[in-house]
Design a protein around this ligand. Sequence first.
Ligand SMILES: *Cc1c(COP(=O)(O)O)cnc(C)c1O
Length: 400
Amino acid sequence: MLLSSVLGKGHVHQIPKDGMTKFIRSVAEEKHEAGQPLYVLDLATIEGLMDKWNHSFPNVKPFYAVKCNTEPALITKLANLGANFDCASLVEIDSVLSLGISPNRIIFANPCKAISHIKHAAAVGVNLTTFDSEVEVDKIKKWHPQCRLLLRIKAPNDSGAMRPLGKKFGVLPEEIEPLLHYACNVAGLKVVGVSFHVGSIAQDPTIYREAIANARAAFDVADYLGIPKMQILNIGGGFRSSTSLFEEIAGVVNEAVKDYFPDPNLTMIAEPGRFFPETAFTLVTHVIGKRVRGEKIEYWIDEGIYGSFRPTLYNSCFVGIKPLSTKASEESSQICESTIYGPSCDSLDEVAVDIKLPELQLDDLIVFYNMGAYSKYVGSKFNGFDMLSTPTYLVSTNSS
Ligand SMILES: *Cc1c(COP(=O)(O)O)cnc(C)c1O
């Protein structure tokens, strides 16, 4: 069975819960020279997060948004734990299928798809997608008429969200009736539900209630138009695992669904991205250069903004930084104002500016925690630093 091979014996190191630092030192020292950063993925964290999800959202099936981190071991682990998948492109679909996961566990959750990608979805049997325009209906009718559709509605504006997507995606309230009519009564396609996505890192839980009320309105329009009863409500992503906001959002969602969708036949799904990988991945970098300027020290490391620290996608305030001196003990060295640069020749390639660090030497390690979301897989090969080739080591921490 393909599914187990990525997580097979020998690939996953069992380590005690407090053994991460020791493990990092051992792989970094035995297997890597400076110039090659590495990732460590703790599969036990993923298990804990799935428990947390199921506890807060017992009736909401998670479709993990693959774009957040396409690490095969992560996807395989999530599949084994019962998650399904949100893919936005042909390549993402194939990367999930190549792990032995069935196409009926995939939603093609991109409301605007190239025809070649739609044809591919039809060929491999991905039969659920989203749409928000007549042109998309025309393309789907021509190339994948059996596909079931979710109408993507515009989510209310969450001014605090890091990546609000309101402008680019989703139909406006007044567009719902004509578009549903066009898709179902004119094109004869099967619209089976409604979907929204509030954007990455929602800050205001009441946004979800508002979005669910808007979804209810779309369901009512469908009833009024006499199209077959819709059954699916897709509440998108936007969740973070590391704050109590998650439980708060879950409370708001569950309450709103009770109020607006009393019908027990409703199927609820979600598209969490960041929620699963963010806290499970640790990035280990090396100090590859150093310059002392007065009181301040500048360091160069082997990972930067063209790799895991993409400034438009990652949010530095979530990242924990821990220097691991490989020589002098870090406790005894002096704390200095420090700046960390990435390896490329772009002067914007700064990872951290004016932070306090104990003085480090060449080849020392700097470890970044909570690095699993929108990191490695948004990297590029700019300047010849191939950030996509960073290896990932798998561990499972246990409490004993
Ligand atoms: C990116 C994306 C997600 C995941 O967002 P997170 O903020 O990482 O949870 C979910 N749904 C859609 C449609 C997306 O584009």
